[in-house]
Design a protein around this ligand. Sequence first.
Ligand code: VAH
Length: 318
Amino acid sequence: MNTILIVGATGQIGSELTLELRKRYGNNHVVAGYIKGAEPQGELKESGPCALTDVTDAASLAAAVKQYRVDTIYNMAALLSVVAESKPSLAWKIGIDGLWNVLEVAREHRCAVFTPSSIGSFGPGTPRVETPQDTLQRPLTMYGVTKVTTELLSDYYFHKYGVDTRSVRFPGIISNVTPPGGGTTDYAVDIYYAAVRGRRFACPLRQGTFLDMMYMPDALQAAISLMEADPSGLLHRNAFNVTAMSVAPETICAAIQKEIPAFEMSYEVDPLKQRIADSWPDRLDDSCARAQWGWHPTYDLPAMTTDMLSKLKLKLSH
Ligand code: VAH
């Protein structure tokens, strides 16, 4: 077996994905790609090889692929939805010019490529409940525009050049390890930190704002399972709907209060986050992922809440 390169290995998903892949494939088979100013630290740095790979610099990608005989690239470099609205040009540069570089290197060096899409690839015209695998995608955000383009460009490289590209539409991802990185769904992480710190939480999304969410262990499992799947069963490739739960601020709050009855929440709506969230679906239909490569989540809201609270209590105690 050759080697896996994670581009953006110090990001919210990339940092945990790198460690999980090292556990499964062996430390020396998984290279943590990073950019200047975001060097790997601690276990990420000590546990395996690291390489300077800027997704906007094709030569740095090609050098790492050649040096480590990479045959699979997880391209995790992106600006998230809220940040991308303030830096649309940079979001396109990283998300699409960067993807072009990754796909070209993959074409030349025969690498498989995973590049996540998102529920952000849908827009207000998309059916909100049981959102189909194949449906209208007219997002209103630059983040969404980069994600629809990611899906189309990744499919193009598969059909035209045979590059083994695969992708999922991630929902909001909740982690007890890495802090959120400037997204619309960041509140679903911040609320747990507030609860463990004994603080009242001011929620930036309105009551009744349902969004798909997933606990990080399930997100890692989804990416790795898809990349390990038998390609002959993949009728879709870029990108599979995947979800674990559909939650709103009040349902997360109620789940937390079952374990911390004193926890309180108020609402201080952030207009930009609310506008973005209102353009995204309430609940995806992920039956194609379940049928074509055996996707199934492990954590529902109660299980995630119990694990988040216990892990954060430990983390914040020292
Ligand atoms: C965001 N957490 O809010 C990311 C994610 C589906 C949400 O893409 O931008």
